[in-house]
Design a protein around this ligand. Sequence first.
Ligand SMILES: *[C@@H]1O[C@H](CO)[C@@H](O)[C@H](O)[C@H]1NC(C)=O
Ligand SMILES: *[C@@H]1O[C@H](CO)[C@@H](O)[C@H](O)[C@H]1NC(C)=O
Ligand SMILES: *[C@@H]1O[C@H](CO)[C@@H](O)[C@H](O)[C@H]1NC(C)=O
Ligand SMILES: *[C@@H]1O[C@H](CO)[C@@H](O)[C@H](O)[C@H]1NC(C)=O
Ligand SMILES: *[C@@H]1O[C@H](CO)[C@@H](O)[C@H](O)[C@H]1NC(C)=O
Length: 432
Amino acid sequence: MKRERSFVLLITLALLLSIFSNGHQNGAQKHSKHIKEKDHNSNSTHYDIRTFGAVGDGVSDDSEALIEAWKAACKVYGATVEIPSGLNFLLRPVTLQGPCMPHLILQIDGTLLAPPSVASWSKSSLFQWINLKWVSDFTIQGNGTLDGQGSSWWSLSATPQSTNKETTSSPLEMRPTVLRFYASCNIMVRNIHIINSPLCHLKFDSSRGVKVSNIMISSPKDSPNTDGIHLQNTRDVEIKHSNIGCGDDCVSIQTGCANVNIHHLDCSPSHGISLGSLGKGSSLACVSNVSVNTITVQNALSGVRIKTWQGGKGSVKNATFSNIRVSDVEIPIVIDQYYCNKRSCKNKTEAVAISDVTYKGITGTYTYKPLSIACSDSLPCTDLSLIDVQLSPYYESRSHQEAFCWKSYGEAQGSLEPSGVSCLRKNSKLHT
Ligand SMILES: *[C@@H]1O[C@H](CO)[C@@H](O)[C@H](O)[C@H]1NC(C)=O
Ligand SMILES: *[C@@H]1O[C@H](CO)[C@@H](O)[C@H](O)[C@H]1NC(C)=O
Ligand SMILES: *[C@@H]1O[C@H](CO)[C@@H](O)[C@H](O)[C@H]1NC(C)=O
Ligand SMILES: *[C@@H]1O[C@H](CO)[C@@H](O)[C@H](O)[C@H]1NC(C)=O
Ligand SMILES: *[C@@H]1O[C@H](CO)[C@@H](O)[C@H](O)[C@H]1NC(C)=O
């Protein structure tokens, strides 16, 4: 008896659902094709968030629907959570948590909207907007957009209380990242657009096996601290064929990263590709096996740089930057072991050691200085190579600074322009 009743209930529900989706079909002609497809081969692996109550009008809170769709799909091998195209889904901060069955896909074809103003964020969840936690064998794909609606956060930085960058304790100092992966492995992100983040756009934290391809990231050049992609304590990474334009680092590689391969990116505008800053507050930082190849950087603060704080520990080893084309970039090649975010920082003897860094085929124009390599007094940089570095001033008529090298050992070879970029000292001189 009980069984029959729930069966009837199910049928009624199914009927209601089909009426509901037909209604949508009439209302939104644009998506009729999509919905028809779903009706024809409706199967148990597709979880459209509308089925779970999402409205998609850009005003209703659709967070719960996404979480419910996720929970259902998570239990099914090879399932897809679908964010349908043509609609705007407003979400408050959400955590989509694994472990899930393998080959789960989050298909983002529509637009996801973050809370529209600083005031509409809840204070307890300012770390990120969408948090993927403990997932593996997982993909995010689709032609949709994640819109962080960050403009009200950017203008905050102009207010007096937030000018002190040393303190991050005030709730307003903590700004959300749009999309963060935490403790995840074998994850793929492709095709989606991520725009207007309050802070970083895409972050991988404590993860392993990351593939990013064909994505687009976009925020204004003057939006503060809006990194494109941030890697932290993450190994075995490939980032390729993507367009990243933002107000801070295009890709930022932080401590604990190894085996990172970045190629075919456009980083305009941005602060370029950056290792660090590393070793802040005398911390231990290790980064190794980084390859950055075939990158264009236009209208940027730097092209490729490594920055470390004095007093840090650990090392940067085996990094290669090749085929980097810069245009209108302040300083294309930077190593700064005196990184400091105030007027001056105390000199310290400990430093993050930098060795085996190759620059090969760095070409284009600079607006301030072609190269600046400032290594630690107590722990000089070793085994640096500059091969075929050809840089010329962007403004022919203005005066420019010379290339600068300090405590940096290695070799320059091939065609070098201006000749000053060969300012490295020979490795063999290091111990004499
Ligand atoms: C499920 O339906 C989708 C389209 O709605 C289709 O792409 C997919 O291949 C189907 N899966 C199975 C196992 O039939
Ligand atoms: C998504 O974009 C890709 C590449 O731009 C295109 O091939 C594909 O047809 C698009 N899919 C939809 C559903 O619009
Ligand atoms: C760097 O690459 C080498 C050679 O492939 C490998 O032996 C080493 O383990 C890698 N380093 C790290 C930290 O994974
Ligand atoms: C340096 O890193 C690259 C990957 O970026 C790796 O292929 C190579 O084996 C590493 N070399 C050493 C000596 O670890
Ligand atoms: C730190 O060292 C640099 C280079 O040796 C020197 O120019 C600078 O004055 C020192 N700064 C302080 C605060 O001692």
